[in-house]
Design a protein around this ligand. Structure first.
Ligand code: ADP
Ligand code: MG
Length: 199
């Protein structure tokens, strides 16, 4: 039996989505640690672009961390994959291109449990590929929420805020943390760059 209460095939896909600060990375690390407790061999990958913290580690906003392999393209997973790996974790899935979908399918078809965490929407609340497609093909999807910094309600959106305004306005990808993003609920989210609520 599994933590979902039914007998699973060996290979499958679990997706963890939500806005920034919703605990995706913490949840990914929690599941990976549980797999390690079960003496399963794990490998963790993250996109090179995510340079916010230590390059060799996946790190949550809460500073929980796990060792990871930075890669530029999802296909590089095949170069690093060890024969005895049973669980593959991937963080910041939205920073990979659409090929991630095929890589993840092939890993699961090989009997590997694949966990992918990533943003389901971008700073304009638009679906952020390849996460929506991964959600569709996954065996299991978890949607997480942060806390709205304005009112304390469940936050489903990632608000882009003031600093580096010019850059923030044009680029879909602006790697940052509290300096350029806030967790907001539907009521307090605007699909534009705003002055930070928490200064
Ligand atoms: P994600 O990977 O989804 O961006 P992390 O797992 O890195 O999220 O970080 C989650 C942690 O972020 C929480 O446990 C909490 O300590 C912190 N945090 C900071 N701001 C908020 C917020 N507005 N709502 C919820 N958690 C927040
Ligand atoms: Mg994260």
């Amino acid at each position: 039996m599994s933590e979902f209460g039914f007998i699973k095939a060996r290979g499958w896909i679990e997706v963890i989505v939500g806005g920034m600060f919703s605990g995706k990375t913490e949840e990914l690390i929690r599941r990976l640690r549980r797999a390690e407790f079960a003496r399963q061999k794990i490998q963790v990958f993250k996109p090179v672009i995510d340079t916010r913290y230590n390059i060799e580690e996946v790190t949550s906003h809460n500073q929980t961390m796990i060792k990871s392999q930075p890669i530029e393209k999802s296909e590089e997973i095949w170069n690093h994959l060890k024969d005895d790996t049973q669980v593959v974790g991937i963080d910041e899935g939205q920073f990979f291109d659409q090929n991630l979908v095929q890589v993840v399918q092939d890993l699961a078809d090989r009997g590997i449990r694949v966990l992918i965490a990533g943003l389901d929407t971008d700073w304009q609340a638009k679906p952020f590929e390849p996460m929506p497609t991964l959600m569709a093909i996954a065996e299991n999807v978890t949607k997480q929420h942060a806390v709205c910094v304005v009112c304390g309600a469940q936050a489903s959106r990632t608000q882009r805020t003031g600093k580096a305004l010019d850059k923030a306005l044009v680029e879909r990808v602006l790697v940052g943390t509290h300096d350029s993003y806030e967790a907001r609920c539907r009521d307090h989210f605007k699909p534009e760059v705003v002055v930070p609520f928490q200064l």
